[in-house]
Design a protein around this ligand. Sequence first.
Ligand code: ADP
Length: 387
Amino acid sequence: MKSDSLNILILDDDEGDRRQVRRALKQSGLQCECTETANVQQALEACETCAFDCAVVDYRIPGQDGLFGISVLNARLPYMAIVMSTGQGDETIAAEAMKRGASDYIPKSLITPDSILRSVTNAIEKATLRRQVERQREELKNFARVLAHDLKAPIQSVRGFARAIEENLSRGNLKKTGEYCLLVARGVERMGALIDALHGYLTAENPVAFEDLDMGQVTRDTLANLEHIIRERGARVTFGELPAVSGHGPLLTQLLQNLIANGIKYCKSAAPCVHVAATQRNGATPRDGAAPRNVDGWLFTVQDNGIGIPEKDSLEVFEPFKRLHGIGEYEGTGLGLATCKKIVERHKGRIWCESKGGHGTTFFFTLPPAQGAALPKSTVESASGAS
Ligand code: ADP
């Protein structure tokens, strides 16, 4: 079966009617493979072996009406699009079918190549949208749960330290009071960092205009923002010849900033090294096997000599609030890589990482090429805390 063709299930006890649907689909020009079934049991068996994109279900199936068929198919494959084919005057039934999970209906007497194409496409679009909404709702639920937990932790510790300050003040213990004041300040700083990271994560979704950008310049802007931590850690950040891409400058600066800062932070070496490079995409794909969507774009790498990321965590680190280390070990909010993922996806690209047994990590991401005339390419440069 061709991967770009749709799988359509036809459920109708009448062979002539099944043939009519199959013929109309073929004549409509829709690239599809049809599987015919005569009853609900056969349809369910077919669903065991094929992930159908859409089912065209007859309302009038002897013994089991089509509404039953829709309920059963919808329970088994909630995101499969379903079109109910009805007789004349079955509008009430059609309304009931929609309630039970059908995305569209079509009177049998009006089945033509055009009308079936419209119904099937419309039903698949609705089912895809339903799946997206469901996934977003699930993400939001998780997000709210973890956010509440992560915000509560510093609030609780600040509350505890404030109480300790009160007690120590009343006992006149100024030394202890001073120590607790520092801990309060650290807790408040952490809340501030979490709110900033949250703001960055949420605003990565705002509508923005794309323009042609020299990634060499974006990298220089990023390094200027990171000057303080580069100096503090004595890090060496280098970058090769970087191309022009189509994108949003502030978002791409944020992307590089998060990746380079992590490369410096998650490193035990006295001299953290991070290198940014880009090559024209040549079929490199993430570990999950899904191909980047902007196939004719650029593949960027941000490579560090840090502590590495275990292979089992290499997908999960991109989830909001996923941290592999406790606050005591490395400061962080767990939103950096989730923001990177959102930014790359805004540019219709993919991001993933690879790491070899604790010897550094390489982050890969793809970006679309510049639309207009080529911008000047940057020369090889480096920024070093030692210089
Ligand atoms: P954080 O704010 O904790 O740095 P991120 O979303 O940026 O959150 O990263 C998620 C987790 O992935 C981090 O807590 C860390 O455990 C791991 N991680 C991220 N980048 C690196 C890296 N370059 N090297 C090793 N581990 C990393």
